[in-house]
Design a protein around this ligand. Structure first.
Ligand SMILES: [Zn+2]
Length: 179
């Protein structure tokens, strides 16, 4: 592979020839070519890695993309192969657990993105659910009082909650809590 540097050749869109042509890099911006000179016509122009009409990898939808864990291809088989536990926010779940959710049906726990959060793949799609809610924990103040014996309203966040970013959660992935 050619090194990307001033003086190196790179294929780029020539705004004059209207073709993908070899260009000499004449200026860099960071690690990418900023300005190139067309070998065909000698014109210098901004570096364009692809023709102007070519679709960019991403479409205009801005915040729709939030999925980073792929839906398991064999989701149904994996769900069927395990005994499902009824989803309860106070229970603790681990990756590969199968849960039965009152709304979404059976799902497979595929990620634990943050404390008390788990990502579950249902056949209808992935949902972020709370778990391990009831457990008394350091820094967790008084337990909820007067709660009806139902799911707390927080479970509603299962529907459309954005997947929490992994930044700053402070949790060590895979820590199984010894002792
Ligand atoms: Zn050209």
């Amino acid at each position: 592979m050619d090194e990307v540097k001033v003086g190196a050749e790179t294929e780029a869109w020539c705004t004059s020839c209207k073709l993908m042509k070899d260009h000499i890099i004449v200026a860099m911006s960071g690690t990418k070519p900023a300005k190139v000179e067309c070998i065909g016509c000698g014109k210098q122009h901004l570096y364009r890695p692809r023709p102007p009409g070519a679709a960019k990898p991403r479409t205009g939808r801005s915040h729709a993309v939030k999925v980073r864990t792929p839906q398991p291809a064999d989701l149904d088989a994996r769900i069927a192969s395990k005994e499902a536990r009824t989803y309860t926010p106070s229970e603790k779940y681990v990756i590969d657990d199968v849960v039965t959710h009152p709304t979404f049906g059976k799902g497979l726990v595929i990620a634990l993105p943050a404390h008390q959060k788990m990502e579950v793949a249902f056949s209808s799609g992935r949902k972020l659910l709370v778990h391990e809610r009831g457990g008394v924990r350091e820094g967790n103040l008084a337990p909820p009082t007067n709660r009806p014996h139902e799911f707390p309203p927080e479970t509603q966040l299962a529907t459309d909650a954005p997947i929490a970013s992994a930044d700053g959660t402070g949790e060590t992935p895979g820590g199984d809590g010894v002792g």
